[in-house]
Design a protein. Structure first.
Length: 150
């Protein structure tokens, strides 16, 4: 099932405390930075490995003035445990009670997060979306970011 998740629309804003204790507000990236949101299902067996692979993409995106943010469908303790399994994690993980995932259309009826990615430009507009495991492939994200961050 395909989605048109608001390309061209204002990105839903949020403020979440990351597992490292820093407060992340989507508005803090406006003006100078792109935000790359990846929604990951915490309970999926391959999630820790997928997050570890995304670290290389996060480093590339950072060099192009973008910040990768991992939004997880679990509480702080569970997300902290997940981060410990994701070797070499280089971007913030954000525990989500479902509100952010719902605002972006990434929340399934079951309450789990659907794997999805969004790129939000410097003006706060959604400029790219992807869904499913393919959207979380580092090469896919880096290529999409390269296209929109020119």
């Amino acid at each position: 099932m395909g989605y048109n998740l608001g390309v061209g629309r204002e990105a839903p804003t949020f403020t979440i405390t990351a597992i490292d204790g820093s407060e992340i507000n989507l508005k803090q990236y406006r003006g100078d930075w792109f935000a790359v949101l990846v929604f990951v299902p915490t309970q999926a067996a391959e999630t820790a490995a997928a997050l570890a692979r995304l670290s290389a993409a996060a480093d590339t995106v950072w060099g192009l003035r973008g910040q990768l943010l991992g939004v997880c469908d679990a509480g702080r303790d569970e997300v902290t445990k997940l981060a410990a399994k994701a070797e070499g994690l280089s971007f913030p993980l954000l525990p989500d009670d479902g509100r952010v995932a719902q605002a972006y259309g990434a929340l399934k009826e079951s309450g789990e997060t659907r794997p999805m990615a969004f790129i939000v430009d410097r003006a706060g507009k959604i400029v790219w979306t992807g869904e499913g495991a393919a959207a979380l492939v580092p090469a896919t994200l880096v290529a999409a970011f390269g296209q929109v961050a020119r």
